[in-house]
Ligand binder design. Sequence first.
Ligand code: NAD
Ligand code: LMR
Ligand code: MG
Length: 471
Amino acid sequence: MSSGANMHITIRLQFAKHVVSFSDIATAIGQAGGDIVGIDVISSSKTHTVRDITVSVLDSKHADVVVDTLRKTTGVKVIHVSDRTFLMHIGGKIEVKSKVPIKTRDDLARVYTPGVARVCTAIAEDPTKAYSLTIKRNTVAVISDGTAVLGLGDIGPYAAMPVMEGKAMLFKQLAGVDAFPICLDTKDTDEIVQIVKAIAPAFGGINLEDIAAPRCFEIEERLKQELDIPVFHDDQHGTAVVLLAGLLNALKIVDKKIEEIKVVLTGIGAAGIACTKMLLAAGVKNIIGVDRQGAIHRGVQYDNPYWNEYAQLTNPENISGSLSDVIVGADVFIGVSAPGILKVEDVKNMAKDPIVFAMANPVPEIDPELAEPYVRVMATGRSDYPNQINNVLCFPGIFRGALDCRAIEINEEMKLAAAQAIASVVTDEELSETYIIPSVFNNKVAERVREAVMKAAYKTGVARKDDMMFR
Ligand SMILES: NC(=O)c1ccc[n+]([C@@H]2O[C@H](COP(=O)([O-])OP(=O)(O)OC[C@H]3O[C@@H](n4cnc5c(N)ncnc54)[C@H](O)[C@@H]3O)[C@@H](O)[C@H]2O)c1
Ligand SMILES: O=C(O)C[C@H](O)C(=O)O
Ligand SMILES: [Mg+2]
């Protein structure tokens, strides 16, 4: 059994009053080892009652035992079961709130017609006023087509929504940015570009999320060219920024130089290609990309044009073979691919003091507990292990900075500045194998990223807002 009761499930059940009493039900739950922590009556008639019973259980297996016991109890019908995670999602996780109350007719006449019309006219005369008189300056659209949702793949726009709502919550909590989740029911590049362009007036930035490669590259490029607000594909650049931050710190621990390391990276998709480019820009010389059919190398014509380009930029010794072949002697493994593809044997074959960043979500490339005995520094994308390398350390602060200086784009310098800012939050005294990257809850992160990003934006001439501090 796992340690401690830490999971609550809510079981909605209907029971026939003349057949079974609530105390029989409570006894059955108790005998199955569950603790009742809450009861809500949903409806009651002369013959039947429907109740939501919240039960504390040890884990999901134990939850099944409790529910099975109830299913077998005569007179009881289990309508549905939800756990705490599901309960947190009921009705969605975010809502829209007004900043000013509408209490009187006078208020109404100002927030709405006729007063609002004067404001509309002012914006019509000078569209830049949208920044001061609408939500634009603090609002980002989180846009997905549902095709690469975490590592779950193409699960569609409805199923993508919980992730996008979660991103919106993080934008707000970590950086005060109002973000709006939008999942599009199309996979057509032209259509996505057209839709995002058409909705852009309301937003100060566009965060593309969980759009599969290679389509995501063209969508982002075209939108960047056509819009005057930052367009940022989080899975590419947010991931690359945080990865670089983590690697800079991990290399300090193993005392290796970035120019001298051998890196093997799996998953040559959105995240993988961006991470590779960022590492090359930061000075990595020897990086080998591996996808389903093995190491990407020259001498093969890939259907994916981005892989042909990738082969030119990477793999200096032009090695071919499987992940197990090319990982031999590598200093660093980076996974942005799929669960469980890195074997313990592969880790054992890496160079001394291996660094393993298994970043696939929700299940990493290797179980950290299996890898731990053989690695020096281990990181995953998950919240429940030390060293969480997740783009959440980047996107709130980078957009905060970009919005605050009204940047027209988020460029390479701004990304590099963000990576250095994240890495700098962990001081040399604090740095250790289990603390290479600050916690998501470290409130210094977003602020430091914001400042660094704004500085870089002013330096590279992409900030539109005049700010004495940065002149
Ligand atoms: N920790 C983070 O911050 C973070 C950020 C972005 C993405 N990710 C994770 O990285 C993964 C990829 O995301 P993406 O947006 O780049 O998706 P993507 O669909 O653009 O790319 C995934 C790539 O992985 C490859 N792949 C799949 N199975 C493989 C296997 N068995 N061996 C080698 N390659 C394989 C695919 O062929 C594809 O090229 C997901 O699991 C995602 O959750 C993590
Ligand atoms: O959503 C996350 O936790 C990180 C990343 O954007 C992913 O797609 O896995
Ligand atoms: Mg993502």
